[in-house]
Write a protein that binds this ligand. Structure first.
Ligand code: LLP
Length: 417
């Protein structure tokens, strides 16, 4: 259920008026609906309930400590991509044996740390990495648990910067070569083969791509079994798309039919269940994306020839998705006055032409001091925020019914010098 709704013209997150949160905690401000995060996780977990499975939350989407602790309490595992993420996942109480670790550039220190921690699997991205991992594990007198990441060469037709499963991308080992790599890995004293991994991209809305991925994985695993290589799990990656919502439908420019987790799970389970192996799924965006919004305050209204600019106090350093991927985020006022609208660019204060949250957007007339909510910012929002232009990163608050709690303080420039 969407926990961001209007009541008598006021935008609410659960039972809290968003404007009151902005006034109390200041802007720019990330706010999250705790119950929406819980519901999203449970729906995904439930969708896979007919098979043995682990839902490894892709922490890159949002690694706030309170959100990670919530994930741990719900029984989630973690999909990590750095020693830093592994550290945070363990600190949050996510059991090591539910953590999978992908990344094309794991360092020796990171590999050691993960072996010592006892993670579920490394998702190995190259032969070179496999060799290094083998040597490190041998020197530690241990075996590294490995799932080899195959690159299935599936084009999910998304933004090129978030596509990962095509053969031209840097991720994984070419599916045609991967079989031989498994054979080599089998002979390595420091390697224990535990699974196979693939990830085809992000913001995927067409479930046929998962079906294609599952079929490639099925064939591949059957070949492995025939060659006497037995694995325990199949990791299908993450990537389930979300709704970039239309809580004021007349202002929504993009609508997408978002598949429910069960639609994904059913397609994958239909193909893979006969193998009788554990299925690992690594969702990030579909757990936290819709549950978060970035709140900004209007600083100035500016007219320049034919363009109206709404200058707000949040910029590309706070939410880079529009600048980096030309991503669409609906922007709505926290107080909805009437249905008159204007076309405007919503821009931030950063000294870059690419610093915008929306271009040519249909928006209700707003004034200096009003607040705007940039929706669906819970994933890859704060986690991609930076200090560019020496701007402290925003505060984060989550709402549980009538209660709002600060879950990360706003940074302060004074801490830097
Ligand atoms: N597993 C692997 C191996 C991944 O590379 C990713 C995301 C995920 C899981 C989680 O995907 P999700 O369920 O969140 O789609 N910054 C971009 C998205 C980059 C995704 C990178 N990999 C954005 O803001 O759209």
């Amino acid at each position: 259920m969407n926990q961001f709704n209007y009541r008598n013209g006021e935008l609410y997150c659960e039972n809290m008026p968003v404007k009151a949160l902005a006034e109390k905690f200041g802007t720019p401000l990330y706010i999250y609906s705790k119950n929406m995060i819980i519901d999203k996780f449970k729906a995904i977990d439930e969708a896979f309930s007919s098979v043995k499975h682990t839902i490894c939350f892709a922490m890159k989407a949002n690694s706030n400590m309170e959100i990670l602790k919530l994930m741990a309490s719900l029984g989630a595992g973690g999909d990590v991509v750095s020693g830093g993420e592994l550290y945070l996942a363990l600190k949050a109480g996510i059991p090591a044996n539910k953590i999978v670790y992908a990344s094309v550039g794991k360092t020796d220190a990171e590999i050691k740390f993960a072996i010592e921690s006892g993670i579920m699997a490394f998702n190995v991205e190259s032969e070179a990495e496999l060799e290094v991992m083998n040597q490190i594990a041998i020197s530690m007198g241990k075996k590294a648990p490995v799932a080899i990441r195959i690159n299935p060469d599936i084009d999910v037709h998304g933004h090129p910067y978030i596509s990962t499963g095509k053969s031209i991308n840097k991720f994984g080992i070419d599916i045609d070569k991967a079989f031989d790599v498994f054979l080599r890995a089998k002979e390595m004293a420091g390697i224990e083969i535990v699974g196979v991994h693939s990830h085809i991209g992000s913001q995927i809305l067409n479930m046929d791509y998962y079906d294609a991925e599952a079929k490639k994985l099925y064939e591949f695993v059957t070949r492995l079994t025939d060659a006497g290589i037995n694995i325990q799990h199949i990791d299908i990656g993450g990537g389930l798309g979300v709704h970039y919502p239309d809580i004021i439908p007349e202002y929504a420019e993009e609508k997408n039919d978002v598949p429910q987790p069960a639609q994904l799970a059913n397609r994958v389970i239909d193909v893979l269940a006969p193998l009788g192996l554990e299925i690992v799924f690594e969702p990030g965006r579909s757990i936290v994306g819709e549950a978060g919004a970035l709140i900004a305050q209007v600083v100035y209204i500016k007219h320049s020839r034919d363009t109206k600019f709404i200058v707000v106090d949040a910029g590309m350093n706070d939410l880079i998705r529009p600048s980096l991927y030309e991503a669409y985020h609906q922007i709505v006022p926290t107080t909805y006055m009437d249905d008159k609208f204007e076309i405007a660019d919503v821009v931030g204060p950063i000294c870059e032409t690419g610093d915008f949250l929306a271009k040519g957007r249909k928006l209700p007339a707003v004034q200096r001091g009003d607040y705007l909510a940039v929706m669906t910012a819970g994933a890859y929002g704060y986690s991609l925020a930076s200090n560019y232009n020496s701007r402290p990163r925003p505060a984060e608050v989550w709402v549980d019914g009538e209660n709002a709690e600060l879950i990360r303080e706003r940074e302060k420039v004074e801490d830097w010098g």
